[in-house]
Design a binder for this molecule. Structure first.
Ligand SMILES: [Zn+2]
Length: 395
């Protein structure tokens, strides 16, 4: 009961920012005396800190506001992408307090070599925040593919060439005894979490995140809860009746994945197909062509938008999101895709009274999946604040 109330207080502060004890008591329906005791506990655990004296609008004595402690703890997210590793540390208030990034050709390396690089970058991050007196609560490794969260393994990540790779255990051994617990999560799911956290202040509860790369990943958040385990890129449509890398035919990502877009936008001899060149630069060329109203690029985007909307309309019927966030390469071309997608979805709406879906492009950029991972690391302490030990007197 008490642990539960500690968590309720932390989540309320996370959602609403700085509050007085009186405001907290009114918001969560506990006596102010009880709230004061719980806040004292959270302060001792380094999860909450007192702020400035507030004189404004108060009757009687001024009172101190309380807020999440922005210093004592952080969560770490480490994203392994096809060509990079990104590590971020995020404080309880959701701000990034450390970021590290390294370019890496993951498919060309063994999984062990890639994980060793990731472990080095994470160790650098832990050392950097540790010097400032900040401790990591947990580390979430974010990868593509299908994850076995309980085993801490990647069952299959086609674009990495990984199959049954032990991730959490390997990293835990490299970081050594006493290091924060390591978990593994899927990149689309972490991207969805990051978008949800960014949209939460606007009251967003039903969000569908879709990310376009070589694969197409998606995850949705409903009522504040992450829905896992979708292989959305491999939804079948008769009209895309071609063989897919997954062994089946007609998969959605054959029509809207990055390779489909590149094939539509340029001949195979074009630089944008050159896999030895940086993907961001190749896509940057196509962004420039789209901006210059190049007919072939614009036609490719129109085709992608139509097929994107075809799959999204199915997902909208099943999941009823109020907002769709386009991530990955879709976000780079948001201004050419969104209006088309919106019109397609509108024309396929089940009834005129069905709620409209907002379609937006992600603005979180390259570190969004790592941010989502760091946020999931922090969830452990929101679920059970008692995992943060009480500090010794004077400590
Ligand atoms: Zn497939």
């Amino acid at each position: 009961m008490r642990r539960n109330n500690l968590g309720v207080l932390l989540r309320h502060l996370s959602a609403h920012g700085e509050q007085s004890r009186t405001q907290l008591a009114a918001a969560i329906g506990l006596p102010k005396a009880t709230v004061s005791v719980l806040i004292a506990d959270l302060i001792e655990r380094g999860l909450v800190q007192e702020g400035e004296l507030n004189h404004a609008g108060a009757v009687g004595r001024p009172h101190r506001m309380v807020d999440l402690d922005d210093h004592r703890f952080c969560g770490v997210g480490a994203e392994i992408g096809v060509d990079h590793i990104t590590v971020v540390a995020m404080n309880l208030r959701g701000r990034i307090v450390h970021e590290g990034r390294r370019a890496l050709d993951v498919p060309a390396l063994t999984p062990q070599a890639t994980l060793h690089e990731a472990g080095t970058l994470v160790a650098d991050c832990l050392a950097a925040v540790g010097e400032r007196g900040t401790e990591a609560i947990g580390i979430t490794v974010v990868t593509q593919g299908s994850i076995e969260p309980l085993a801490g393994t990647v069952a299959a990540a086609t674009n990495f060439g990984w199959r049954d790779v032990e991730v959490a255990g390997a990293l835990q051994r490299q970081l050594g005894p006493g290091s924060p617990p390591v978990t593994v999560e899927n990149d689309a799911e972490c991207g969805a979490v990051a978008e949800y956290v960014a949209a939460r202040s606007e009251g967003e509860r039903e969000l569908l995140y879709i990310t376009g790369g070589i694969g197409v990943g998606a995850a949705s958040i409903s009522g504040g809860k992450l829905l896992r385990g979708s292989e959305i890129g491999h939804m079948r449509f008769d009209r895309f009746d071609r063989p897919c890398a997954c062994g089946r035919t007609g998969c959605w990502e054959l029509a809207v994945g990055l390779q489909a877009f590149l094939d539509l936008a340029a001949d195979r001899t074009d630089d944008v197909h050159d896999r030895s060149a940086d993907l961001e630069r190749r896509l940057g060329k196509l962004v420039d062509r789209a901006a210059a109203a190049d007919a072939r690029t614009r036609a490719a985007l129109a085709a992608i938008a139509g097929d994107l909307a075809l799959g999204l309309s199915v997902l909208v019927d099943v999941l009823n999101p109020t907002r769709i966030v386009l991530g990955g390469y879709f976000a780079l071309f948001g201004e050419y895709l969104i209006e088309d997608v919106r019109q397609h979805l509108e024309s396929r709406r089940i009834s005129p009274t069905a709620p409209r879906v907002e379609v937006v492009a992600s603005t979180l950029g390259l570190s969004s999946a790592a941010r989502g991972g760091a946020h999931l690391s922090l969830e452990k302490v929101f679920d059970d604040p008692a995992i943060a030990a009480l500090r010794e007197a004077g400590g």
